[in-house]
Design a protein around this ligand. Sequence first.
Ligand SMILES: O=C(O)C[C@H](O)C(=O)O
Ligand code: SF4
Length: 555
Amino acid sequence: MQHFEDSVYDLIVETSTNLPGDVRRAVAKGRALEDRATRSGLALTTIAQNIGMAELQVSPICQDTGMPTFIIHTPVGVNQIEMKKDIHNAIIRATKNGKLRPNSVDSLTGENSGDNLGAGTPVIHFEQWEEAGVDVRLILKGGGCENKNIQYSLPAELEGLGKAGRDLDGIRKCILHSVYQAQGQGCSAGFIGVGIGGDRTTGYELAKKQLFRKVEDVNPNENLAKLEEYIMENANKLGIGTMGFGGEVTLLGCKIGVMNRLPASFFVSVAYNCWAFRRQGILVDPATGHIQEWLYESGTGISVGAEDSTAPVLETVGAAAEGADCGVISGDAVISAAPAVLSAAEAEAKLAGKPAEAAAGEAREVRLTTPISEEDIRSLRVGDVVILSGEMHTGRDALHKYLMDHDAPVDLNGAVIYHCGPVMLKDEEGWHVKAAGPTTSIREEPYQGDIINKFGIRAVIGKGGMGPKTLKALQEHGGVYLNAIGGAAQYYAECIKKVNSVDFMEFGIPEAMWHLQVDGFAAIVTMDAHGNSLHADVEKDSAAKLAQFREPVFK
Ligand SMILES: O=C(O)C[C@H](O)C(=O)O
Ligand code: SF4
């Protein structure tokens, strides 16, 4: 097994940077169903571009490279202790090379180990089998979608759906509810793995294992095949759409497994995975450790439906006229990203998801430079596309908690806070951004309103939206929430022209406060200073749609 460490390293890099063929086809199918001219359609186009950029640059598709989770089958006699050491070394190397973000944090002290090793990290499940080869599968599932996993204990009373009993129809209701409760926060359109039965632990394990199935397979259990088909047909009727922007496509895959349970327990466990569904596998020669076979089709050469990606992506809407500022790479066979020139009115109409005539004068594309004035911010409305230049500051969980009772290290008056934990690498010239998409904003809901008021922040960028407390602060102080496209980490990294400086490195790379010089950073206003929230509207609308699935379907 001399070459095992190198093989695992290759597996990690491929998983983190090149979305597999079956996942790409699912994204392409989603794009075909979504009107390209809507906000969700544009978000999917940005996602498609990001997939191509990550592959081309061999950089993480999303900045959150998640909890590395390996499922390994070995023939009897293979030394698992040595394999574990090799996996750890490969993880250290991949982290050092910016293919994985340092993601292992001490739960009590908050200290980041820096190399992705630590208690419980990575996750490695070994099992023996009677085959000759070593089968190594890896999933990199990010924290935002992990937070949207949910476990139901039947019987239950489900919001909008009524009673869910211990039968196939009760399970059906749980699964629909799981998609609803995720809204856009797990970077929809997503994939779900469902585990029926087991105990609380094995139920979740079974759910996660379903994510290793191929997107296009058919469940050998006839009842579950029918249920998967039903869910795929109906979950999209919830209207949540990409990023929770509202739209036709909310779910890209559903895989359901079953195991026995205790008489007293009936769990339905759902593992929610974002569109950045990163999993791969290798078959390894137990003598040499060389890769014999890749277990999932490579994404290389598989279109994400971007052959027509002359459709506008966020920043090209305005940039086309002035010369694209960032994000667009051309020359990729799969993602040919030549931006189309849209007239301003057309662009506005498309982003507002309305006919051009109706949208003219409503949703706009607005270029702003930091620091931003109250007047400029109050002129923005939900649906406007803001294209930012100047300095922005990253801040997420550790920083928000800190700022509640400390001063900020820089003046935040008129500032933009970016909920982002980037992948960063340092060389002799300084720090470089390797991946920098938004993180789920709702985690900062307990702090955000107070911090906006305390420091005079004018814009908060993140994804998935925020709650009523933040909305109130935006209204009172004069601020907006800007929704960036979750997972589009290469796309946004392109907009970052310089790392000006950094504070709080003691929080670890993802949690530090990075001061970033950006140009052409585009995001959509989804909460404005007038009390409007697209997120609240989509949630209300999807709750009403969920209720249409109340009546039994599976007897
Ligand atoms: O930790 C992160 O960067 C993001 C996380 O995956 C999220 O979806 O919020
Ligand atoms: S930011 Fe979005 S795409 Fe990235 S890991 Fe989190 S949920 Fe997935």
